[in-house]
Write a protein that binds this ligand. Structure first.
Ligand code: ZN
Length: 304
């Protein structure tokens, strides 16, 4: 599979060299085509840019970005894009080679490049990529990205300005709403125990302690030691609820529940949280604002 993929890539890179697509030229339809890796990135761009821009998203709803590999169809979309926008910080770990190669020929922009180093969480020498769970930080990354787009396409960006400003105001409201709701959970019960370490920025921004059973990427597994130590925490702090994630099989959290109940404790599944992907576009959680609201409501209901 990898060989076929490399073959397609070399061919496309060759064609790209021949015909020199990209750069300041527009596509045949006169629109600027942006390819975003994740649904979350696609949604915030769609909400900020007007119809001069066409947004394409590679990863479908519910897809885990840590494990995602570009398909042949993706490569053709990427090669036809005017701009490619990705999260960075190794969120798209299996696409890094493709993105690096494309960046030699095309405008390839990482959302995370627009944030200062000190704003990034560093865990065991690696940056935590789950920026979108601090709404203010994600808005900063978005505004930086829009500025970069405006350098390439000033007229089209100017016509989107009103839409972008309105969306930025919505995100500011979402940040304060999240902050005020999480603080209604009594401090001794403010523990967010989930399947993988996606919620670190959320915890830092909204003052809730976060514990993930797997590591920062869904690639890593958990062991008996992790189960025991988190089980101890649940028993000691009498934590009522733990949470499963939509794009991860619930077996890890079920094992944790069993660990606690086998030692005489009691804990339930407080609900399903969205972590790294949106839901289908026709659902309430088909947008970035939708997943934040869903998560906050679920967490507060279970822990308050
Ligand atoms: Zn993740």
């Amino acid at each position: 599979m990898n060989q076929i993929f490399s073959g397609i890539f070399i061919l496309c890179t060759f064609l790209l060299g021949l015909y020199g697509t990209g750069c300041e030229k527009h596509n045949v339809d006169g629109k600027i085509h942006i390819v975003a890796t994740t649904g979350i990135i696609g949604d915030v761009l769609q909400s900020s840019l007007d119809s001069n821009f066409v947004i394409h998203v590679l990863m479908k709803p519910g897809v885990d970005p840590h494990l995602y590999k570009a398909t042949a169809g993706d490569i053709s979309l990427l090669l036809n894009a005017d701009i490619i926008i990705y999260n960075g910080l190794h969120l798209e770990g299996k696409m890094s080679e493709v993105l690096a190669k494309l960046s030699a020929k095309k405008k390839v922009i990482a959302m995370s490049d627009h944030l200062p180093e000190h704003a990034l969480r560093l865990i065991d020498g690696a940056h935590d990529p789950h920026l979108w769970f601090d709404v203010q930080l994600w808005n900063d990354a978005l505004q930086g990205t829009l500025k970069t787009i405006a350098q390439y396409y000033p007229a089209e960006s100017q016509s989107s300005k009103e839409k972008a400003d309105e969306y930025a105001r919505k995100l500011k409201k979402l940040h304060s709403w999240t902050d005020s709701l999480i603080t209604t959970i009594p401090e001794q019960r403010r523990y967010l125990i989930t399947a993988h370490d996606a919620f670190g920025y959320f915890g830092d921004a909204y003052e809730i302690k976060v514990v993930g059973l797997q590591g920062m990427s869904t690639l890593s597994d958990f062991g008996m030691n992790d189960l025991m130590s988190i089980g101890n925490l649940i028993l000691q702090k009498k934590i009522r609820s733990i949470f499963v994630e939509m794009s991860i099989a619930p077996r890890s959290m079920e094992a944790l529940m069993l660990n606690v109940t086998s030692r005489g404790g009691s804990v339930n599944i407080g609900g399903n949280l969205y972590a790294d992907a949106l839901d289908a576009s026709n659902t309430n959680a088909g947008t970035y604002i939708g997943i934040i609201k869903h998560n906050v409501n679920t967490i507060v209901k279970a822990l308050k």
